[in-house]
Ligand binder design. Structure first.
Ligand SMILES: NC(=O)c1ccc[n+]([C@@H]2O[C@H](COP(=O)([O-])OP(=O)(O)OC[C@H]3O[C@@H](n4cnc5c(N)ncnc54)[C@H](OP(=O)(O)O)[C@@H]3O)[C@@H](O)[C@H]2O)c1
Length: 261
């Protein structure tokens, strides 16, 4: 206690003896707090007050195609895009679920919908890629592509099955890359600029014990997006979102917090 009091007294003495230095430190402190406050206010403005962009005006009214659209974040984004007036293409593996989503969207938002059934957990041979390309051929011109499909397997690597390692790489890495490649000409065919959104993960940026393969696949998605953003900037706005925790089938327990949406 004495040591702390002595230290505080020394600081006071120093401040008394050198006013200029005190004011300089106070100014630096005020500057740092001001910057933090400005950042905080900017976030509040961006996420609550700022009106959303007029996507239809920027990207035209061709298809918005969402992968993994039968549930979770993909389904929510499909509804959101339909509410902005886009025709919505729903891609996923479960025909019944996809058709139920398509029906609800069409009823609620009065927009055209199309369902494409494809299981992204496959070995991507030339034949498989040709099959996917043909299925996605129903969308001639695309305004927006949302690369959302993804899955996670929670386990230490030494206990993870080979099947689960392959699944995560097939769906999150190869599937996302192949869909992007197939869709680029369709995005380029859009009369307006087009957009590609990649749903990566906060796991792309931080160490994730027991999710090593998942986080590595999401780092891949993140880098894919950053590079495509440069590669395609003449025509396509590419955005990657490193999503934090969202309650869904994939995330239904371990990573749910009080503020998880
Ligand atoms: N939830 C989170 O906390 C969180 C955080 C960061 C990032 N993300 C990312 O967000 C994206 C969506 O995740 P989510 O939380 O919304 O998960 P989700 O509710 O499980 O939805 C995943 C979607 O992908 C589909 N899907 C999964 N495996 C598939 C396959 N092999 N073939 C075709 N479709 C398949 C699912 O279809 P079914 O309906 O048939 O299962 C579903 O439509 C993922 O890329 C995930 O990595 C999520």
């Amino acid at each position: 206690m004495d040591k702390i009091s002595d230290a505080l007294q020394s600081v006071r003495d120093l401040a008394d003896s050198n006013k200029e230095l005190t004011y300089a430190f106070a100014a630096i402190g005020a500057g740092v707090v001001g910057l933090k406050l400005a950042k905080c206010l900017r976030s509040v403005y961006r996420y609550t007050i700022r009106p959303s962009h007029n996507l239809a005006k920027r990207y035209g009214d061709n298809w918005a195609v969402v992968t993994g659209a039968s549930d979770g974040i993909g389904k929510a984004l499909a509804f959101e895009l339909a509410s902005k007036g886009f025709k919505v293409g729903l891609v996923g593996r479960n025909q019944d679920k996809l058709e139920a989503v398509a029906k609800d969207i069409a009823e609620q938002h009065k927009v055209e919908t199309k369902v494409v059934v494809f299981d992204f957990n496959v070995h991507y041979t030339a034949e498989k890629i040709a099959e996917l390309s043909e299925l996605l051929g129903v969308f001639e011109k695309v305004s927006i592509l949302v690369n959302n499909v993804g899955m996670a397997s929670y386990n230490p690597l030494e206990k993870m099955t080979d099947e689960n390692i392959h699944k995560q790489i097939n769906v999150n890495v190869v599937g996302t890359t192949v869909v992007s490649k197939i869709m680029i000409p369709k995005l380029r065919a859009n009369e307006n600029r087009a957009a590609m959104l990649i749903i990566a993960s906060i796991a792309a940026e931080s160490p994730c014990p027991n999710l090593a393969v998942y986080s590595a696949t999401k780092s891949y998605d993140y880098q894919l997006g950053l590079s495509l953003a440069q590669e395609l900037k003449d025509k396509i706005d590419v955005t990657v979102v490193n999503t934090a925790s969202v309650k869904s089938n994939m995330n239904s327990g371990r990573f749910l917090f009080t503020i998880t949406p």
